[in-house]
Design a protein around this ligand. Structure first.
Ligand SMILES: Cc1ncc(COP(=O)(O)O)c(C=O)c1O
Length: 338
């Protein structure tokens, strides 16, 4: 099998890094204070709480669910691993849209299972074939908002798909905090819907590794059997709790990112690109008559890293992460020159 290849993470140098959907701002100052406090004394000599209870209590309060409805992970990638290992055995099928987050396919292949890819429509909607029953179909996953498009399916559409599917549906809301709607309410209505969130993007903590999933408690109990005992460490639990506690920081940061996203999308459209309607912290751009790869390469030569994505059977395009206003100005200026 081909392994998953993450986006470039250049070490050193002065890159404008707009390639892996990181938040360009520093996290809430409460995060560093929480890490310092957790690192003092002999706390790190002891194993962490296997269930990250302080985080679950705080998140449950903020989201309006019971703490037993939450499981935490070492980033949402860890939760994806746990979910796929729980539901998908050798020879089973995992339904996913295409193009979407490439890791879904990798995790399926690790299980010696079959990736059942259903192509998005050209307007990034998903037709009913996504929910068609199939023998050994044991799990479905959608990223909502989707990557690379940034587009969003409405909760009504997700609900309709989940009702037709013969298996649980994971709604990966890694970018959900930037979107106008989310599917958390659907978890209360259906045992077949599992919502995942990440602190990497909207809380500016990609380097920390923390995410969580929300599902009905009998599902969470099964997921707990599969996860590593200590999948979240003491420092990340303390930091994630401080981050989610600072909802004022989230609100301000989200507003800044959305405003910059709108400015970026308008500027890029002005250069003749088609830009999908993004509800995330990145935009997906395709040009009707200019090849994409040379644009990516030219920006790279200028120290600006964006993502060139080429999806077999679908086409290629450029995904640009929303950076600071200054970073986006530099990127737009470079595109204009090109
Ligand atoms: C759709 C989607 N899900 C999950 C992740 C992984 O996020 P985390 O950093 O929480 O593992 C990403 C990261 O880029 C993503 O794009």
């Amino acid at each position: 099998m081909a392994g998953y290849v993450p986006g470039e993470q250049p070490q050193g140098g002065t890159w404008i890094k707009l390639n892996t959907n990181e938040n360009p701002y520093a996290p809430s100052p409460a995060v560093a204070r929480a890490i310092a406090a957790a690192a003092s004394d002999r706390t790190l000599a002891k194993y962490p709480d296997p269930l990250a209870t302080v985080f679950r209590l705080r998140a449950a309060d903020i989201l309006g669910v019971d703490p037993d409805w939450i499981i935490c992970g070492n980033g949402s990638d860890d939760l994806l691993t746990i979910l796929v290992r729980t539901f998908v055995g050798s020879g089973d099928r995992l339904r996913m849209p295409y193009p979407s987050y490439i890791l879904y396919r990798t995790l399926t292949e690790i299980q010696a299972a079959h990736a059942d890819e259903v192509h998005f429509q050209p307007d990034w909607s998903l037709d009913d074939s996504f929910a068609s029953p199939e023998k050994n179909l044991t799990l479905a996953i959608i990223a909502n908002p989707n990557s690379p498009s940034g587009t969003l399916l409405s909760p009504d559409r997700v609900k309709a798909l989940a009702e037709r599917l013969p298996c649980p549906l994971v709604v990966d809301e890694a970018y959900g905090d930037f979107a106008e709607t989310n599917c958390l309410d659907l978890v209360r209505q259906s045992e077949n819907i599992i919502v995942m969130r990440s602190l990497s993007k909207s809380y500016a903590l990609a380097g920390l590794r923390f995410g969580f999933a929300v599902a009905q408690p009998h599902i969470i109990q099964q997921l707990r059997k599969v996860k590593d005992s200590y999948n979240c460490d003491t420092l990340s639990i303390a930091a994630a709790t401080a981050a989610i506690d600072d909802q004022a920081w989230l609100k301000t940061n989200r507003a800044v990112i959305i405003a910059t996203r709108q400015r970026l999308a308008a500027a890029v459209r002005g250069f003749g690109f088609q830009v999908a309607e993004s509800q995330a912290n990145f935009v997906w751009c395709t040009h009707p008559n200019r090849p994409h790869k040379p644009i990516y390469e030219a920006l790279k030569r200028q120290g600006i890293l964006i993502r060139f994505m080429d999806y077999a059977g679908w086409g290629d395009g450029l995904r640009i992460t929303v950076g600071t206003d200054q970073e986006i100005d530099a990127c737009v200026h470079c595109l204009k020159t090109l």
